[in-house]
Design a protein around this ligand. Structure first.
Ligand SMILES: [Zn+2]
Length: 295
């Protein structure tokens, strides 16, 4: 009797909280927060032509459940390739001369959407906020958006990390992407693990297939459609230090933050453009905001 009473009270309260114009409010059309039509489009045709017969000048492999770093000079391409088996990668990008200028996944998401592909830019953090890289080739372009709302190469996830694992499961796992990126950045930049950890940031989830559930809005993952030979090519707009972790989740079909999933290496290559093909290209300027912040 008591429970029934409270259920009725709750239902009545909920009913009375719904305004009479609820349907009209919900029917308001959305507007895009940040239309990018005003941005100059990247010169994709020039980029693609310059790297049609590109030579590989450097390479490194990220071992399974580990990360590797490589420098990519401005005007070159970073190619990330699936080798041996379906594998997801977590990518951090830094200005090679100033590690404080880092990839800004949240702003990239606000500008280009939840997943990136050919023609999208990867933007850097404040106060620089400029394109660090441009996607010029994506062999998974064909995937599009599946029936679950999933797509590939997201900027919605963070990076798997030992803190969340400890919070949820009490674990001490040392090969999450966060730790892999921290070790690789520490080695590449010659800084302590503690300093490196503070520079590691939310990633581009290379090859990962993700979305949000329609009913609960939760972040989901599903087996990546990537196969050996698939690659994602990023044109470096500035001198980059790229750090890539081969996620312990493997193809991220089941779980991460453990040694349970089959894992494979990821190849990173630096491609050099054909002579003279980038004559009309110029590195992007720093953001034009004057930083006076109203004072
Ligand atoms: Zn991961």
């Amino acid at each position: 009797m008591g429970l029934f009473f409270w259920v009725v009270i709750a239902l009545v309260k909920e009913m009375t909280d719904i305004p009479s114009d609820a349907a009209a409010r919900r029917a308001i059309q959305p507007v895009i927060c940040y239309p990018v039509d005003a941005l100059p489009p990247p010169p994709l045709a020039m980029y693609q032509a310059a790297f049609a017969d590109a030579a590989v000048i450097d390479s490194v492999k990220a071992a399974p459940r580990d990360a590797a770093a490589i420098k990519v000079p401005a005007g070159h391409v970073l190619r990330m390739t699936s080798v041996e088996g379906a594998q997801v990668g977590d990518l951090n990008l830094f200005n090679a001369h100033d590690l404080n200028e880092r990839f800004y996944s949240g702003k990239t998401r606000a500008l280009h959407g939840t997943h990136v592909s050919t023609g999208d830019r990867l933007w850097s953090s404040f106060p620089q906020l400029r394109p660090m890289a441009t996607v010029i080739r994506d062999t998974l372009d064909w995937y599009g958006i599946d029936g679950f709302g999933g797509s590939v190469h997201d900027v919605i996830g963070t990076r798997c990390d030992p803190y969340t694992g400890n919070l949820l499961n009490g674990t001490q796992y040392h090969h999450c992407c966060h730790s892999n990126l921290t070790r690789a950045l520490s080695d590449a930049a010659g800084i302590t693990l503690q300093d490196a950890e503070l520079l590691v940031h939310d990633v581009l989830n290379v090859f990962m297939c993700t979305g949000f559930t329609r009913d609960t809005g939760q972040y989901f993952m599903k087996a990546s459609p990537v196969r050996p030979g698939d690659h994602l090519d990023l044109f470096a707009e500035i001198d980059l230090l790229a750090v890539l972790s081969a996620c312990p989740g493997g193809d991220c079909s089941a779980e991460h933050s453990s040694d349970a999933a089959p894992c494979y290496p990821l190849l990173m290559e630096v491609l050099s453009p054909s002579d003279g093909m980038l004559a009309d290209w110029a590195a992007p300027p720093l953001n034009g905001y004057d930083r006076s912040h109203g004072r």
